[in-house]
Design a protein around this ligand. Structure first.
Ligand SMILES: Nc1ncnc2c1ncn2[C@@H]1O[C@H](COP(=O)(O)OP(=O)(O)OP(=O)(O)O)[C@@H](O)[C@H]1O
Length: 225
């Protein structure tokens, strides 16, 4: 079953000059697939991810998620879809330093409003346990190492049991050792939990370890892997 489908997605920026950054990009991601998107700097990866994650609505073409046409939906509707169906992991962890690790993981769940606080605490601990971070639950986020922070960010992305995890260079800020650890956490999610994931990466080793590598060149998909 297709979790995500891009059909002929094109996008241009008009400042400083008109430039077409995405040129009829089409591909889909099936349930349970662990897919990476690679390509040279400036080829349009982040622009594409921004559209696929429903944050940018200014494009041509169609975006389907969970067999629903997403393009053209209202901002409120898209915000709900994002919160319910997508878990995000960015290059920077964006944890809130003044909150505990546990609270940080709970935050997207509080926003969704589907679970009680007690249920959310339980769920957050469960997610932290996947990455062996449960013993750090009560620490403040700024008491963790870079690699630990990123593992917490992945746990946070899982709190609402998303249909799809999207990542923009999730190991981009880490040294080799921590980036290996974080990559192995993604592998674990793919293998043990059959989590569907679409990850933009510069790291050839990361891409090689995914089920399928989509290659982009100058705004086009040149290989579907
Ligand atoms: N807001 C914007 N206005 C104008 N041009 C933009 C804007 N955002 C991105 N671009 C241009 O679009 C192209 C694609 O950028 P994008 O960030 O998607 O590439 P990328 O493949 O993710 O690069 P990197 O790997 O370096 O992050 C680049 O030429 C960039 O300069």
């Amino acid at each position: 079953m297709k979790v995500l489908e891009a059909k002929n997605i094109s996008k241009s920026f008009f400042s400083p000059n008109e430039t077409q950054v995405l040129k009829k990009v089409s591909f889909s991601v099936d349930r349970g697939e662990f897919v990476s998107v690679v390509g040279k700097s400036g080829c349009g990866k982040s622009t594409l991810l921004y559209i696929l994650s429903t944050m940018d609505t200014d494009y041509q073409g169609e975006l389907w998620m969970d067999r629903e046409l997403i393009s053209g939906k209202s901002a409120n509707y898209l915000a709900r879809i994002r919160n319910e169906k997508i878990g995000f992991v960015f290059q920077f962890h964006y944890l809130l330093n003044e909150f505990s690790v546990l609270e940080n993981v709970m935050i997207p769940g509080l926003k969704l409003g589907k679970y009680s606080r007690q249920e959310l605490e339980h769920r957050a601990l469960e997610k932290l346990r996947i990455f062996d971070m449960q013993d750090h639950a009560l620490k403040k986020a700024n008491q963790l190492s870079g690699g630990q922070k990123q593992r917490v960010a992945i746990a946070r992305a899982l709190i609402n049991d998303p249909l799809l995890i999207m990542g923009d260079e999730p190991t981009g800020n880490l040294d080799k050792k921590n980036s290996d650890i974080v990559f192995n956490e993604f592998k674990l999610l793919a293998k043990e939990f059959k989590q569907t994931m679409l990850i933009v990466t510069h790291d050839p080793e990361f891409a090689e370890g995914t089920d399928r590598v989509i290659e982009m060149e100058d705004g086009r998909v040149v290989s579907l892997g």
